[in-house]
Design a protein around this ligand. Structure first.
Ligand SMILES: [Zn+2]
Length: 282
């Protein structure tokens, strides 16, 4: 009888403890996430174009302290033919990746570029490809081409739009993360941050980061200001939540003298000749 009583008590305690443990884990701060690591693809993930080797390690070669290093950070949106002006069609994107491949360029993630710039390591022949908003055309059209040329990229996700029509779902994003594509934050609903009250801007930045980290199970360190718009308060908020780097839409090559939270990018748009693309790399 006594044993039965203890069993009931034990069951009751477990029933209380397990949900409590889950709740604490879901709500604890972002410090719980270890540094980003690559994990095996989820067996339940959308099959996609199949596994690929993660982005290769980046060689770290110190350069003299007085030498300024530069690196092109390219900005893409849709790899398709529309709907607005922010697209590059598949054949053009493939030609651009072929050019990088044939000319000895190595694509690295924004997190890797940040590490090289901050540590004053050599950035020659390195390029960062960034894709804003998390459109499903990245998964359907860009990813197979990146895989073909063993290239990598950084993808900025609007957590409130994940799974909506024209946007990737979490399974696809988690799969890409497992394949070495860097996932970064882009706010929860893509507002113009400087137009919001401070508390609302902070929530947009913070909640998006928490949403993504909870799905990926690790910390994210790169951010993109929606439409490239920011002010000093927004930059402080981005830094306060733990982002190491953030990109704008200022059109030029990034350099080691830039503020890592205000990195410029070159936009790549539709129907541009390959020669224009090659000039962005110089
Ligand atoms: Zn955007």
């Amino acid at each position: 009888m006594l044993v039965k009583k203890y069993l009931v008590l034990l069951t009751f305690a477990a029933a209380l403890f397990v949900p409590l443990w889950w709740f604490i884990n879901q709500n604890s701060s972002s410090d719980q996430y270890p540094a980003p690591t690559l994990t095996a693809p989820l067996s339940t993930a959308t099959p996609g174009p199949g596994p690929v080797a993660p982005a290769p390690e980046v060689a770290k070669q110190l350069v003299p302290a007085d030498q300024t290093m530069t690196i092109p950070i390219l900005m893409y949106h849709e790899i398709s033919t529309g709907p607005d002006c922010m697209w590059v069609n598949e054949p053009d994107f493939r030609s651009q990746m072929l050019y990088l491949h044939d000319n000895g360029y190595q694509t690295i993630t924004l997190a890797q570029a940040t590490e090289l710039l901050a540590g004053h390591y050599d950035t020659s022949k390195k390029v960062v490809l960034t894709f804003d908003d998390g459109y499903s055309t990245f998964y359907d059209h860009a990813w197979p081409i990146l895989k073909e040329f063993n290239q990598t990229a950084t993808l900025f996700v609007i957590s409130g739009l994940v799974g909506n029509q024209a946007y990737m779902n979490w399974e696809q994003i988690i799969f890409l993360d497992s394949q070495g594509i860097e996932i970064g934050g882009h706010t929860r609903s893509h507002p113009l941050l400087p137009t919001l009250k401070a508390v609302n801007a902070a929530a947009e930045i913070h909640q998006d980061k928490e949403d993504i980290q909870a799905r990926l199970g690790h910390r994210i360190t790169s951010f993109c200001y929606p439409t490239g718009k920011y002010n000093s308060q927004v930059v402080q908020q981005v830094q306060a939540v733990g982002y190491a780097a953030a990109v704008t839409m200022v059109q030029r090559k990034a350099s080691s003298t830039d503020n890592l939270l205000l990195l410029p990018r070159w936009g790549v748009y539709q129907n541009e000749p390959l020669i224009r693309f090659t000039t962005l790399l110089q």
